[in-house]
Design a protein around this ligand. Structure first.
Ligand SMILES: [Zn+2]
Length: 486
């Protein structure tokens, strides 16, 4: 332990004596209670927020709720006009799926399903050519130039190889039908439809090459209509000669996209400190989650409605301290964490968008559960090995409360592993800002629709949020994380 930390510790212990007064506990800590935590958490983890996927309507609803809570508490927006910080992501969406056989529209997901992500911006008008099972012996004698190749296959999920082969032979698109399983098409169609309900976000503008493979699955009825033959008869054809006697119906294919800025925002609230200082403590928690899965909505009660709830309640507890602390406090609810810490990176890497000098970061990600190695009364902290000053602070804070077991398992390179890179605190750490992460451990419901609010332990969570408040209170003192330019 170096001398600076010893000096620092002697200060915080003195300060702890002061802070332990009933006034401190009553006025500030009592604002953090399990009933309020439960109320916020159930709202943030409700089905109507649809799993809070980055940039989605559900995430926007969550942002609106957080802003309302900040406003009620008297927490200011981080700049003159807004709590929202757009994090500069891109997204794209399908404008239409328009597939026709002459004048007859083919219904997407019922008659035909588009499998690729390649947009078709210019209508493809081309004749269909039947290619049987696409065996090499047949393919070598087929002219696929500017045609749509239609194959009968045994597995609708292994389309890529055959589709690429037809493309190399000049086909504009590839279509396939299952040889025997009637259910296979509708199952695949449902899966594709579900997967397209969630928008994708990118940190750079997406680009789609015009030459990408364009593959489709067809229902048996569609294929039978196109070639005017029952599927069993089509299947029995096995020569190029036989294929050449089939009709070559014309299809038109069109599915353009729009590429645009994603509406993905951090929510940033601000509590000014004592003087016009720039020194700022950031308390962060991501409010985004992974949206809907095939099996249901991932409501993300622990991940991370729990951390979001914590910063809402911390904002309320700190609000009466407006103008009284040595540092400003920023309450940062980040977006895009599940997509790779994108909101936190944006905030930490764009200091020109605010006037704060960030001195430290406390990050809260999943603090609502009891993991399989504990019964109660514990919290994991992350970053302690890099920032001994923060480690000292959390222990002093702990001694001011009914103490919890402060655990270090997620700081290690073995066992659970090092979690420093796995949540938003990493965005600050890589900018050399001291960080401390709070975490209650992994569980089997992680990133599943079963991470629900009934599985949160609210009284345990109350203890943890009180510890986070007290740690933040100490971190907001002048002597904590002081630098020569302060
Ligand atoms: Zn998380």
């Amino acid at each position: 332990m170096n001398a600076r930390i010893l000096f620092f510790l002697s200060f915080v212990i003195l300060h702890a004596g002061h802070a332990q007064s009933p006034k401190f506990k009553h006025k500030y800590l009592n604002a953090i209670d399990s009933t309020s935590l439960k109320k916020h958490l159930y709202i943030l983890a409700s089905d109507s927020l649809e799993g809070r996927n980055t940039g989605s309507d559900g995430e926007h609803k969550a942002a609106k709720y957080i802003i309302e809570q900040f406003q009620t508490a008297g927490i200011q927006p981080y700049n003159d006009s807004t709590y929202l910080q757009n994090i500069g992501l891109w997204t794209w969406r399908w404008n239409a799926f328009d597939f026709r056989n002459k004048e007859n529209k083919l219904e997407h997901y019922k008659d035909i399903t588009y499998l690729s992500t390649a947009p078709i911006e210019t209508i493809i008008n081309a004749k269909c050519i039947f290619i049987g099972n696409g065996a090499d012996t047949l393919m070598q004698d087929l002219n696929l130039n500017d045609k749509i190749a239609v194959a009968v296959v045994e597995n609708l999920n292994n389309w890529y190889q055959l589709a690429s082969k037809t493309k190399r032979q000049g086909a504009l698109a590839f279509m396939m039908v299952h040889c025997s399983d009637n259910e296979a098409f509708s199952e695949l169609a449902q899966r594709m439809q579900a997967s397209r309900q969630e928008q994708s976000v990118y940190s750079t503008k997406p680009h789609f090459s015009k030459s990408l493979t364009k593959a489709f699955a067809l229902s048996a009825e569609t294929v039978e209509q196109l070639f005017s033959l029952p599927l069993d008869s089509l299947k029995a054809l096995n020569s190029v000669d036989a294929f050449s006697r089939l009709p070559q119906p014309e299809l038109s294919l069109y599915c353009p996209i729009t590429i645009e800025r994603a509406q993905a925002n951090n929510v940033v609230g601000y509590l000014p400190g004592k003087t016009k200082t720039a020194a700022t403590l950031v308390i962060s928690a991501h409010y985004d989650h992974v949206g809907k899965q095939y099996r249901g909505i991932c409501v993300g009660a622990d991940d991370n409605a729990s951390g979001t709830t914590a910063i809402i309640q911390l904002a309320k507890a700190f609000a009466p301290l407006k103008g009284k602390l040595d540092k400003n406090i920023v309450f940062l609810a980040t977006s895009g964490e599940e997509k790779g810490l994108l909101g936190a990176f944006y905030f930490a890497d764009h200091p020109q968008e605010h006037t704060f000098a960030i001195k430290a970061n406390i990050n809260v990600d999943m603090i609502g559960r009891i993991d399989s190695t504990h019964k109660s009364n514990y919290i994991y902290t992350i970053g302690n090995n890099h920032y001994p000053e923060f480690d000292s602070l959390v222990h002093v804070a702990n001694s001011m409360l009914t103490p919890m077991h402060i655990q270090y398992d997620y700081n290690k390179s073995q066992g659970f592993g090092n979690y420093l890179r796995l949540s938003d605190h990493y965005a600050f750490h890589r900018n050399n800002i001291p960080v401390l992460g709070f975490f209650s451990g992994l569980h089997k419901d992680y990133h599943k629709p079963t991470d629900t609010p009934d599985k949160i332990n609210y009284s345990e969570m109350e203890q943890r949020v009180k510890l986070i408040f007290t740690t933040a209170f100490l971190a907001a003192q002048k002597t904590a994380f002081s630098t020569q330019d302060d």
